[in-house]
Write a protein of this length. Sequence first.
Length: 426
Amino acid sequence: MTRVLIVGGGGREHALGWACARGRDDVELIVAPGNGGTARIAENVSLDATDAAAVARLARERAADLVVIGPDAAAAAGVADACFDSGIAVFGPTAAAAHIESSKSFAKALMDDAGIPTARWASGSASDRGRVDAFIDEHNGRCVVKADGLALGKGVVVCESVEAARGAVDACLQEARFGAAGDRVVVEELLAGDEVSVLCVTDGRNVRVLPTSRDHKRAHDGDTGPNTGGMGAVAPMPAAPVDLIVRRVLQPCVDALRERGTPFAGCLYAGIMLTDSGPQVLEFNARFGDPEAQVVLPLLGEPALPLFEACARGGVQPGTAVSRTGCAVGVVAASAGYPASARTGEVIAGLEDVADDVLCFHAGTREHGGGLVTSGGRVLCLTAVADDLASARECAYANISRVRFDGMWYRADIGAVGATALAIGR
């Protein structure tokens, strides 16, 4: 029996657990803290995912063979470091390697040093804001303002005017809207093109690329409204030049981190804009995306757990992972008020009416009174896999319409909206 401890409690972690146990009866899952969906496939343990010492202690007590880190905050908090110190294998980067996501200015500087193509940028804090304002003026306000740290996918504002850009900087540096994450800002030139997410697994030396995907970050149809953690995703994106992205982006990033003495082992995510001048990196993430994991993992045509173990112990085979044929579409059902706030405690009904071949990944759910209630902003992600995109969309929407809770809403155009969009990042 292989015992796997998955750290986190969202839809990504439900998908990771499902993928680890898929087609196997010799895998025992523990999820900390988990949610109402993971409770149906694993043992949930109430635990703060960013408490590195507590996670390592749980892994020791349960004799976990592998720890799989889900959220960015857990990686940044040093969960992998604590597990390594206890002699436990981990799929996920150390805090130093996870800096590729936890600090956007660090990531931009690394890309410049390694020759990885990315948008021009400037960075500053309240004490040296002048360079940021000068950059905004130079680009007539057409730029993207990002909180430097981790802001739950919401610390990004796309701007079209000097007034809007300076207002977004004020929100970070003066109003502290994103807390410590916004003590420093990164301002980038605005890019246009086709956006794609390219994820790979790596042991710090070799990379193995997973099916490509695209998420939908804006809250409302037509890619309008505020940024969210992600309202849905589709996979694959056939137009993505994967080999070129591996050569110019993924492998150079892995090599640069290793050469700096902070090798990256886990899932490395590159958000890419396919511009007229070639692929440009919008962002790096140090983990699976959410909801990208919910469409990428169902298309994986080889067992996931051996891939994760190879990352943790070395021995990743370079190249492209085996993929299933067809397309996957995942649609997120959200709570009233999301992303600004989220109404919780609403009873969830209709899950028994979802087709058996449609995957229902839970995010903001918890067990209550023998049933399930909402416990977060993004509640569920329903993923359908079919021979083509249109069929997958039709199936996903037919099934999400069977689910209901007070205040439930979702985008109606996941997989249908045009691929060309402004760079919104995370």
